[in-house]
Design a binder for this molecule. Structure first.
Ligand SMILES: NC(=O)c1ccc[n+]([C@@H]2O[C@H](COP(=O)([O-])OP(=O)(O)OC[C@H]3O[C@@H](n4cnc5c(N)ncnc54)[C@H](O)[C@@H]3O)[C@@H](O)[C@H]2O)c1
Ligand SMILES: CC(C)[C@H](C(=O)O)[C@@H](O)C(=O)O
Ligand SMILES: [Mg+2]
Length: 360
């Protein structure tokens, strides 16, 4: 099969981790008899440097004409990078939001799994980490606070900023349907997370999710307030199968979930629309503090590439080969510094990529 993959290295550690993911994908292609054609796409700071804007029409077109897009991460250090002297709509993050919107990527899947081998890197009490966990966070990605109207005004010398949180029922319904469909292939449990004790948008969210649930009688649905969810994620993460939530809550909860797996360097993600197209990127950022040092963990990006093989190309044997290589490399005791524990062998980003490619 011929795979046309758009490739966005991005900023900071982005080019390093994407380089290792490509190494693994190339090995998969060699082993399973596929060919891969990569198209480089600029986004974020890299696009600002080249074109003065974080996302161009050409970049959107290049993404649209690929079967799927693999991305590293974008952004820089807001205190030191010149990108943050630009107005907000011209900064790297605006490019990321705009490409998600332009491609209609409303469903963001962020799986958080505790590997047995990483139980030692999990910051939770041993009796909790021993139970393990395997959850899928389904984050709505093109609505809510991120895309509502915003403005800053000054009246009588007083600065006021407004952001608006808007959802219509169709936006809620389509992500809820995706979450229930995914739950049907897992342990058939959905926890919908909201702030229905305060927000109208959450009360609508709850109503629509309850309506969708009627079509899935085999799925057990419960509702949880987001502050409680933040607490439950560290108290008893094993209770969760699919967490369904809106954009901002999902952003925050997925970082929290990633840390209880041992490191944010382990958490993959897939951003999907209603077709087989998807944009695959780690949940973490561009980590400017460690960029260019060959110490970043490439596993989140490599697991995102595996999700791409599974969801966009329907190549499950190939995806399994990547997932198994990750398990094997951890079993063999190799660790990047973010997940390092006593008795293991510390390796850099490039060596981790090579060890994974060897195990395909
Ligand atoms: N999807 C994205 O592209 C994305 C996501 C989050 C943040 N960002 C951007 O990234 C920049 C930095 O943001 P931040 O510092 O808040 O978050 P971050 O995720 O980049 O970094 C947080 C911490 O985690 C560490 N870390 C992150 N990824 C790692 C990896 N693969 N291996 C080892 N350690 C890793 C970093 O070194 C840092 O200490 C900002 O410009 C932000 O807007 C981009
Ligand atoms: C960089 C930022 C805009 C982005 C988000 O908030 O969606 C990031 O934190 C993520 O989780 O992908
Ligand atoms: Mg985030």
């Amino acid at each position: 099969m011929e795979l046309h993959i758009g490739c966005i290295p991005g900023d900071g550690i982005g080019p390093e981790i994407v380089g290792e993911a490509r190494k693994v994908l190339d090995r998969v292609a060699e082993k399973f008899g596929h060919t891969i054609q990569y198209t480089e796409i600029l986004l974020g700071g890299a696009s600002i440097d080249a074109h003065g804007v974080p996302l161009t029409e050409e970049a959107i077109e290049a993404a649209k004409s690929s079967d799927a897009v693999l991305m590293g991460s974008i952004g820089g250090d807001a205190n030191t990078s010149p990108w943050y002297k630009l107005p907000p709509q011209k900064r790297p993050e605006a490019g990321l939001l705009a490409i998600r919107k332009a491609l209609g990527l409303f469903a963001n899947l962020r799986p958080a799994v505790l590997y047995d081998e990483l139980a030692g890197a999990c910051p939770l009490k041993e009796e909790i980490s021993k139970a393990g966990f395997d959850m899928m966070i389904m984050r709505e990605l093109t609505g809510g606070l991120y895309f509502g109207e915003r403005k800053t005004t000054v009246e009588n010398g007083i600065r006021t900023a407004v952001d608006t949180l808007t959802y219509n029922e169709n936006e809620i319904r389509r992500i809820a349907i995706k979450a229930f469909d995914i739950a049907m292939k897992r342990r058939k449990k959905v926890t919908s997370v909201d702030k229905a004790n305060v927000l109208d948008s959450s009360r609508l969210w709850r109503d629509v999710v309850n309506e969708v649930a009627k079509d899935y009688p085999q799925v057990e649905l419960s509702h949880m307030l987001v502050d409680n969810c933040a607490m439950q994620l560290v108290k008893d993460p094993a209770q969760f199968d699919v967490i369904l939530t809106e954009n901002m809550f999902g952003d925050i909860l997925s970082d929290e979930a990633s840390m209880v797996t041992g490191s944010i360097g382990m958490l993959a993600s897939a951003s999907l629309n209603d077709t087989s197209f998807g944009l695959y990127e780690p949940s973490h950022g561009s980590a400017p503090d460690i960029a260019g040092k060959d110490i970043a963990n490439p596993i989140a990006t490599i697991l995102s590439a595996s999700m791409m093989l599974r969801y966009s190309f329907d190549l499950s044997a190939e995806a399994d080969a990547v997932d198994n290589a990750v398990k094997q490399v951890l079993k063999d005791g190799y660790r990047t510094s973010d997940i390092m524990s006593e008795g293991c062998k510390k390796v850099g980003c490039r060596e981790m990529g090579a060890l994974l490619a060897e195990r395909i």
